[in-house]
Design a protein around this ligand. Structure first.
Ligand SMILES: Nc1ncnc2c1ncn2[C@@H]1O[C@H](COP(=O)(O)OP(=O)(O)O)[C@@H](O)[C@H]1O
Ligand SMILES: [Mg+2]
Length: 243
C-alpha cells in the first residue's frame, strides 16, 4: 500500500489518479456503409444501451465484425457516434470541446489496439515512457515507470530494443505498458492476448486485474473464454447489437 501511494504521488502531473470512470451509453449507433453492398446494408453498432460502473472489469465478446472495435473506439472518443448519448466519467463525448476530448484521451484513457503502432525510432522504454513525457513527466521518472511495467510483464530484457526487433506478442505487451504508463482511470484493450502464448497472456491478465483492483475501469475485447472468465461481467455483441 505504501509503495503504491508513493509511486502514485511520483506520477505527478500525469497521475490521473481519479477513481475509475463510469460509462453510460444510450441508444448509441455508429453506422458504416457496406462497400459494394446493398445501399440499405450497414455495419457498425446499433441502439447500444450499456452501463459500466467505475472500477468495473468488463469483457466484450462477439464474432468478428460484430462491432467490438467500433464500440471501443466510440467509448475512447476516437470515433463519434452518429446517434445516441455517450457519457464517460460524466463527460458527454458528443458535446465536449475539442480541448476536453484531447485531455480525456491523454489523461483519462489508455487504449491498446489490435495492432498498436509503436514509434520505430524509439526503443521499448522510450515508447512506453512517451505518453508520460507528453503529460509532463520528466524523462527519468517516465523511464522508471516504463521499466517497472516492463518488469511486471517479465520483459525487462527488451528495454533497449527497437520495435522492429520485437515479436507481435511483445509489441502487444509493450503497447499495453504504454497504455498504462499514465495510470489511466479507464483502460480499453482490444484482444490484448490475441497473439500471446498462454504464460504471457496470463501475466497480462494478472496485470489488468491488478490495475483494475487499484480502481481503473477495464474493458477488454476477447475471444478467449479463459480471459473473459476474469471479468466481472461479459457483454456480448452480435451484428452490432448487444445480446
Ligand atoms: N472504418 C470503417 N469503415 C467501414 N466499415 C467499417 C469501419 N469500421 C468497422 N466497419 C464495419 O463495421 C462492422 C463492425 O466492425 P468492427 O467493430 O471492427 O468489428 P469487430 O471488432 O467485432 O470485429 C464490420 O462489418 C466492419 O466491416
Ligand atoms: Mg475488432
Amino acid at each position: 500500500m505504501t509503495t503504491r501511494t508513493r509511486s502514485q504521488a511520483q506520477a505527478g502531473t500525469s497521475a490521473g489518479q481519479q477513481p475509475g470512470v463510469a460509462i453510460r451509453l444510450r441508444d448509441v449507433t455508429r453506422r458504416y456503409a457496406v462497400p459494394d453492398g446493398d445501399p440499405a446494408a450497414v455495419a457498425g453498432i446499433f441502439d447500444v444501451d450499456l452501463d459500466i460502473g467505475g472500477g468495473d472489469l468488463v469483457a466484450i465478446m462477439g464474432p468478428s465484425g460484430s462491432g467490438k472495435t467500433t464500440l471501443l473506439n466510440v467509448i475512447a472518443a476516437l470515433d463519434r457516434a452518429d446517434a445516441g448519448k455517450v457519457e464517460v466519467g460524466g463527460t458527454d463525448l458528443a458535446t465536449a470541446a475539442a480541448s476536453v476530448l484531447s485531455r480525456f484521451r491523454r489523461d483519462t484513457v489508455g487504449v491498446v489496439f489490435q495492432d498498436s503502432v509503436l514509434i520505430p525510432e524509439l526503443d521499448v522504454v522510450g515508447n512506453i515512457a512517451m505518453p508520460a513525457m507528453l503529460a509532463g513527466d520528466n524523462r527519468r521518472r517516465a523511464a522508471r515507470r516504463a521499466r517497472e511495467l516492463l518488469a511486471r510483464l517479465q520483459l525487462a530484457s527488451l528495454h533497449d530494443r527497437p520495435p522492429g526487433k520485437l515479436s507481435g506478442g511483445q509489441r502487444q505487451q509493450v503497447a499495453l505498458a504504454r497504455a498504462l504508463v499514465n495510470r489511466p482511470s479507464l483502460l480499453l484493450a482490444d484482444e490484448p492476448t490475441g497473439s500471446l502464448d498462454s504464460a504471457s497472456g496470463a501475466r497480462l491478465v494478472a496485470l489488468l486485474e491488478e490495475v483494475n483492483a487499484s480502481g481503473t475501469t477495464v474493458i477488454l475485447v476477447t475471444h478467449d473464454d479463459a480471459v473473459a472468465a476474469h471479468a466481472h461481467r461479459v457483454v456480448r455483441l452480435l451484428d452490432g447489437r448487444l445480446r
